[in-house]
Design a protein around this ligand. Sequence first.
Ligand code: ADP
Length: 450
Amino acid sequence: MSDSHHIDDTVPAADFGLDDRSEELSERTEADAQVRFYRAMAATEADYGELLERLARAVAEVIYDLCVVYLVDEDSDELNCAAAFHPHGPTKEAIRQNFAPGNTGMAKGLIRRVIAQRTSYFRPRWRPSLLQAYHRGETPREALDIAIHSLMVVPLVSTDGDCLGALLVGRHNTVLSYDETDLALTEWIASHAAMKLETARLYRDLRQANQQLDAAVQARDTFISIASHELRTPLSTLKLHAQMLHRTACNKPERITAEAVRPKLESMDHQVDYLDRLVDQLLDVSRIIEGGLGVRWQPCDLGSVLREVMKRFAYEADQVGSTVHRQGLDSLVGTWDRERLDHIATNLLSNAIKYGQGNPIEVRLEQQGAQAILQVVDHGQGIPQEAQDRIFERFERAVDRRGQKGLGLGLWIVREYVESLEGSIEVVSELGEGSSFTIRLPLEPRGADQ
Ligand code: ADP
């Protein structure tokens, strides 16, 4: 795989200081170096970041002097300087700075070429100006700053032939130039390092997949516990009322009068409505997740949907002492999905009543150009700034439950449905002042024509 180019330019040894390792280097055997590399890289698969640091260090210590590891980013295909090592403190720092991630001077030209051609670059006698051929006549700054006189760049080729990156190895502390043995050794190291990198990546991906799976399982468990708690509350109230009515009917039937029974029946009716809404939310969620039923485009009057929803909530609003005011247009017709409009308005109004602290609520409908603008405004507890994006996610709540009912799904469903109708939603809120949710829906969405 090596493509050796011996060049004539000689660089005087004096330029690079004392040859303090030449003897050691010439006595070193290849097998010895391989063993040292193996030892240095033992058990590195578990930590991808550490593997890269250890690789740069092992190569620098086995081949001498410095080593820079370049990697091709798996997603963006960009070339990054992933790790660098030099045994001497100050130089190491300079190398770290010069070859910091993102510094792509050398990476753009020479290193890219090595990776593209999967062929080693081998210059036993090297000087920075040689880079000009690869860098449109310029010499990258990092190459000038570090007085390398012997250079190799070896590709990191994986077992299935992908080139993961490259190792740059350079000498400047010793006058000994690299020879063919050094090149063979570096190529051997590169092939083993590529295998290690692949294993480490697989290990890392597996761990990430495991974490995602754990998070999904946890989210499901949270959901099941919230859902069962939420479903049980109205059921217990229903059961309680039914038992009381039954007991009275058996023991004191004379007390079963229209006046006595009406409030209980109203409350039962209300609990059934609430259960109905919860079941709707659960169905909405599974429908959205499965990407199931498409939008049923039809001409709808958003004004009439709002009237219906407000009627349904009259009892609930009354219970907490809120009045709901209609403002703006009485009627506005567009091409939408009536059921989705209903669920959007239901979730927003239910929240305004739940979090509105008994203050008045405004439901405003307007038209701006080819858009319908629906606003639901309350003057209740408000939403902390940091939570205003989060609340549109599944199971997210702005504050702790503190006894408030709900699955943490309403706004997520609203956003999904609004987007399916090609609209947008935004919230403006001040803590203690209230919240205003604004929905913009095109009257004639493009999807409706298809
Ligand atoms: P749920 O109300 O079931 O918890 P939602 O998805 O409808 O779930 O809302 C998510 C969170 O956003 C709520 O838990 C609440 O903290 C916050 N929130 C939503 N609407 C309002 C509102 N009008 N005023 C204050 N907080 C709100």
